[in-house]
Write a protein that binds this ligand. Sequence first.
Ligand code: NDP
Length: 333
Amino acid sequence: FKDYVSGFPKESDMYLKTNGTIKLKVPEGSNGLLVKNLYLSCDPYMRNRMKKSINSSTVSMVPGSPIVGFGVAKVADSGNPKFKKGDLVWGRTGWEEYSLITDVENLFKIENTDVPLSYYTGILGMPGLTAYSGFYEVCSPKKGEYVFISAASGAVGQLVGQFAKLLGCYVVGSAGSKEKVDLLKNKLKFDEAFNYKEEPDLDAALKRYFPEGIGIYFDNVGGKMLDAVLLNMRPHGRIAVCGMISQYNLDKQEGVHNLMHLLIKQVQIKGFVVSDYYHLFPKFLDLVLPHIAEGKIVYVEDIVEGLELGPAAFVGLFSGHNVGKQVVLVSKE
Ligand code: NDP
């Protein structure tokens, strides 16, 4: 990570550095782990860590140090009794070939390897738990409800939509290209999907797909879409504010004008952060693993090969370049 970012992140905000050979050993006396990174996750929240922290709840990345994010790794050496050499883990690691991890509290052992390992950056990792906790815990969904999801083909959205379909909801997603709209309708089995970039009037588009209004909105983008959704909520509807990617690169946030509709329609709106729901992880896996095995839930990934392609992959999140969960493959084993 080169230096704090303002505006849209650029590939040149990151650089690749070779350190020569390293000793594949945990330093004497450390209870940390040396891991070999296999898959790295590109997540929109990382953009917020690229600015200088203005509050204690956001930990900034350190200029000159490796990017920090979620990933899947293999333990190369362990000074910790909970992990041994060869264990597969997912959690917080660095954007580098090998990382020395001292804070093992943020690492989880991978027990189930019947699925692609990259899934632990997405459907079986942080974004998967976000979809699960945001939909079931925050939205309190019921069978037959009308559900709308923005950034619907992404890491979180595609799973929220499939959970909603499994529950018997009517599900519509918005995404930024024809390819993504086709994916939502044909592969992910959403009832409807539309390209928000081709809709001059978002309010009219939502009225077309939800003539009786939206019961649940799973918000991944904020901004203009949220404003249009507010006009279209049903009485007693719920909005889960998962993310606001349309605002992350702006110095000043766009105004939201239609808040009065929260009152008129008695709508609940709740922001949530996945880290509050890690205790649900076992319950989440019990639900999702059988569905994956039976093919009832599918997951779309966009995997680039090579650490050197990480910056472009990350930057691409903010123009919608990724089709599905954006992953960087560093090493297959
Ligand atoms: P995605 O895989 O969906 O990738 C980001 C997508 O956002 C892009 O592909 C693009 O899709 C869309 N996008 C980018 N810029 C804009 C814009 N200006 N307006 C509208 N859409 C845009 O990311 P994730 O699924 O990982 O994350 C989705 C959201 O969830 C993010 O806001 C993220 O910060 C949030 N999040 C929140 C968590 C929490 O704990 N609350 C945890 C994890 C994620 P398109 O082509 O459709 O525009």
